[in-house]
Every structure is written in structure tokens, then in C-alpha cells.
Design a protein around this ligand. Structure first.
Ligand code: HEM
Length: 391
């Protein structure tokens, strides 16, 4: 176990394998202050859960990644505006509303598998895990199919820009601005078109003048941005982390083959075991106490969801992947008012891919070294070369 006092969330060795560091934090310093970066780090399950629910004291409005970046998106807005915006979209993301997308998602997954199985070896990330979530979000929003490819190019540019880290900050700004401007123009025209001729899609419902709370065009634009930023790379990471975890735990893959009814709990367990979002920041607007330590007003505080999910105080055999565990209370989707809006969509996509993997293959193997991404908030793969044994 490394000493907690050496923890730096942006250090390459921490990004590569953060779990020993999380153990050190939980055991040695549950309210840790990183003197160099002047941030506080919360790592135990009960403390992360309480902090995620303490939005009156710990605000999201100064940004939730390392750099303080207030952006007018629901995820970085406090009540009462947050409540108003969330209410407008909540009904499109309930389990029942999302279940309506099952057929579309299964269809897209089948197309990706046709491509995956036609080539061997193949990069699973490039062929399935990257394209699937952005196509699904485009469908949910109501982007016409002929524009999906262009939409994906802009979306990729913007998502990269939002993964700003210290070193990439300057170089990224140019490319994110180009994509933002192009997408903004495209969406403005589409919104106008939906105003004139509403369709049965999310965009049309949001621009409906019959809505009790009107959404401004600016808010609508940032909501579309949020879906792209919050829903793409996260789901990509779930799809990648899931396959890698099953490759590294062949007994759990065999258990799933014997008992495919375990697919839904397996998705929850993969989310717990290797969480796509490792942690997000808050700013203390009031003094806040954790594990007997007082965090002062103005402090930046990192809530480590992924460490909470590995806390042995909360989960037995926390460092093991057990697909029949069903950890319904994991914090991979956060908690409190900002609990992930797209959680049911992400689950639907994860389960559709896992079912296809079980139905259409006998198994899979690594065909090269997986390449890990370097974003400190998000944990996932850039490349996962695989060979498949077809069923
Ligand atoms: C496995 C995939 C995903 C993971 C792990 C994930 C995780 C999270 C987490 C941890 C939060 C809470 C942020 C906070 O407390 O600061 C969040 C919020 C959010 N997520 Fe997700 N997410 C995923 C997929 C999606 C998808 C597919 C969508 C949209 C289609 C989405 C939309 C959102 C939105 C809009 C919020 C902000 C909610 C609010 O502020 O009220 N997410 N997500």
C-alpha cells in the first residue's frame, strides 16, 4: 500500500492504477488534504455518499473537474435552476421511457457485432465501444440518421475538449471551439425546424411552447452538450471496462455463460468494480466536516466514487469482481440531486452488449495490449484488441 500522503489524482501512476492509492487514503487519511494542489479528497463509502448528498454545503457550480470551470449545464448548476432543468427532462429518462429504446439499442449493437465478428483480431473500442453511445444519444435527441456521422465528429471534438487536464489545457481549446461553434449552428437550425414541425423526439418536446417551464435556446444547447459530454465517454468506458474485467476473471465469464439471467447484476458489479467516473469535485460553500476534519469555505473537494465502491467497510471482498453480487447501492452514478440522469440508458446499452457477447460468441481473448486513457476523472480504455470465438 503506498503512503496516502503521496496521493496526487493527476499523477500518471495513479491514473494507471488508482486502487492501491484509494486503499491508502481510506485507511490512513479519509479526509486528505493534498498540499501541493490544495484539494481535499474524500474516499470512504459513507463519507462520499454523505458528501454527494450535501449539495447545500458542497456546490457543483464552480465545476466538477480539477480546473474551476463554471459551465451553464445542469450538472454544474445548483438549485433552484437545477431543479427546474432536471424536471424538464426527467420523464424522458425514467426506466419506462428508456425501455422504449431497447429495440433501437439492440439493433445498433447487432450491427456493431456483425462488424466485430467479421474481423479478427479487431479493436473492440473503435468498432463498438466508441461509436455505440454517440449513435444512441443522437437517436434519443432526434438527430436525423443522415447527420449521425457528422454529429459524431463534432461530439468527439467536444468530448475531448471537456477532458481538459493541466497539460492539455492550451492545445485543446482551439479544437473544442471549432466543434462547439459548428454544432451550435447545426443545433440552432434543427431546433428552429422542430419548432416549425415538431417530431416525436426529445428536442421537439423541449421546444414545445406548451411546456410549463420554458427552456431558453441557450439552455437547450447546453443540455445537448451535457448529454454528449456526460453520456458518451462514460458509457464507452463501461463497455470497455466490462469486457476487460471479464477477460481478467474467466470464472465470472463462465458463470455468466451458465446463468445469463445474471446480466443485469453483472452490469452493476462492473460499474462498482471499475467505475467509469472515478470522482468529481465540489466547492465548499459552507464549512464541511468529514471524519472529524473541518474543510474550510472555498475549498475544492474531490468525491472519490470509485474508492467508495471498493470500500471494505461497505462491501465484503470489495476488490473482487462477483457478477452475482448485485451492488444496487454503488456510487458509480453518484447520489443526491445530481444522480446520473442517463443511468438507465447506460444500463440498457451495457446489458445489450453483454447479452450479444454471450449469444454470439463462445468467448474472447486479448490480441494485444489494451491502451488506457489518461483522463484523471474518467477511467477507461482507448484501445482493446480482441479475437472472438464465434458461436
Ligand atoms: C456508465 C455510464 C455513465 C456513468 C458511469 C455516469 C456517471 C454519472 C455520475 C457519477 C454523475 C453525477 C455527477 C455529480 O454528482 O457531479 C452523472 C450525472 C449525469 N449524467 Fe451520467 N453517467 C453515465 C452515463 C450517462 C448517459 C448515457 C447520460 C445521458 C444520456 C448521462 C447523463 C448525465 C447527466 C445529464 C448528469 C447530470 C445530472 C444532474 O446534474 O442532475 N450519463 N453521471
Amino acid at each position: 500500500m503506498p503512503p496516502a500522503v503521496a496521493y496526487d489524482p493527476l499523477a500518471p501512476e495513479v491514473i494507471d492504477n488508482p486502487y492501491p492509492w484509494y486503499e491508502a487514503l481510506r485507511e490512513q487519511s479519509p479526509a486528505y488534504h493534498d498540499d501541493h494542489r490544495d484539494i481535499w479528497v474524500i474516499s470512504r463509502y459513507d463519507d462520499v455518499l454523505a458528501a454527494a448528498r450535501a449539495h447545500d454545503s458542497l456546490s457543483s457550480s464552480e465545476g466538477i473537474t480539477y480546473a474551476r470551470a463554471p459551465i451553464p449545464m445542469m450538472i454544474t448548476i445548483d438549485p433552484p435552476d437545477h431543479t427546474r432543468l432536471r424536471r424538464l427532462v426527467a420523464r424522458d429518462f425514467t426506466p419506462r421511457a428508456i425501455a422504449e429504446w431497447q429495440g433501437v439499442v439492440d439493433g445498433r449493437v447487432a450491427e456493431c457485432f456483425d462488424e466485430l465478428l467479421a474481423q479478427s483480431p479487431v479493436d473492440y473500442m473503435q468498432t463498438l465501444a466508441f461509436p455505440l453511445p454517440v449513435t444512441v444519444i443522437a437517436e434519443v435527441l432526434g438527430i436525423p440518421p443522415e447527420d449521425h456521422a457528422q454529429f459524431k465528429v463534432w461530439s468527439d471534438g467536444i468530448v475531448q475538449g471537456f477532458s481538459l487536464t493541466e497539460s492539455s489545457e492550451r492545445t485543446m481549446v482551439g479544437s473544442i471551439l471549432d466543434s462547439l461553434t459548428a454544432l451550435k449552428g447545426y443545433l440552432a437550425a434543427l431546433i428552429e425546424q422542430r419548432r416549425r414541425a415538431p417530431a416525436d423526439d426529445l428536442l421537439s418536446r423541449l421546444v414545445d411552447p406548451g411546456q410549463a417551464d420554458r427552456v431558453s435556446d441557450e439552455e437547450l444547447f447546453w443540455f445537448c452538450m451535457l448529454l454528449l459530454v456526460a453520456g458518451n465517454e462514460t458509457t464507452t468506458n463501461l463497455l470497455g471496462n466490462m469486457v476487460l474485467a471479464l477477460r481478467e476473471h474467466p470464472d465470472q465469464w463462465r458463470l455468466l455463460q451458465e446463468r445469463p439471467e445474471l446480466v443485469p447484476p453483472a452490469i452493476e458489479e462492473v460499474l462498482r468494480f471499475d467505475s467509469p467516473i472515478q470522482g468529481f469535485f465540489r466547492t465548499a460553500f459552507k464549512p464541511y466536516e468529514v471524519a472529524g476534519t473541518k474543510i474550510p469555505v472555498g475549498a475544492r473537494v474531490l468525491l472519490l466514487f470509485a474508492s467508495a465502491n471498493r470500500d471494505p467497510r461497505h462491501y465484503e471482498r470489495a476488490d473482487e469482481l462477483l457478477v452475482d453480487r448485485n451492488p444496487a447501492d454503488h456510487l458509480a452514478f453518484g447520489s443526491g440531486i445530481h444522480l446520473c440522469l442517463g443511468a438507465h440508458l447506460a444500463r440498457l446499452e451495457g446489458a445489450a452488449v453483454l447479452r450479444a457477447l454471450l449469444d454470439r460468441t463462445k468467448g474472447f481473448d486479448l490480441a494485444g495490449e489494451p491502451v488506457r486513457g489518461t483522463n484523471p476523472n474518467l477511467r477507461g480504455l482507448l484501445s482493446l484488441p480482441l479475437t472472438f470465438a464465434r458461436n
